[in-house]
Design a protein around this ligand. Sequence first.
Ligand SMILES: [Zn+2]
Length: 150
Amino acid sequence: MACRCAACKYHHRKCPPDCILAPHFPIGTTERFLTVHSVFGSANVARLLAEVPPPLRGDAITTLLFEAEALLNNGTKGPIAYIESLQMELRSLQTQIIAANLELNMLRSRATPPSVAPACSTPPPSPGDSSSVIEGSGGMELNGKPVGSP
Ligand SMILES: [Zn+2]
């Protein structure tokens, strides 16, 4: 006895060798078939599959299954509810990115005080030249404090 696909088994009919639903609803996938069938109807699914090139039929069934599950979970919005949820998550993540960039820019501006730039433009005093070293302000400074002083 030939194995019937889940669709043909459900409809109590003989599964022909060229059954268009058999590759996508093999035996044991009754629940998956019923999900798609309850929303779209197996005749419509078979008709739709016939219009899709064979290499894309698996993707078509995956899409129909996703849409059917979404419609069964949320009858009014269906997959739109999932899209809206993802858009809300996206907006939240974009807001977090903007806040993180603002904080990063603030931290960067604190790490490089403006007093450091002019000090780097003048050449550092040579070790033996005491006339160019003013007591308490020799060397490089960080945040107004000489580097290396207690
Ligand atoms: Zn079949």
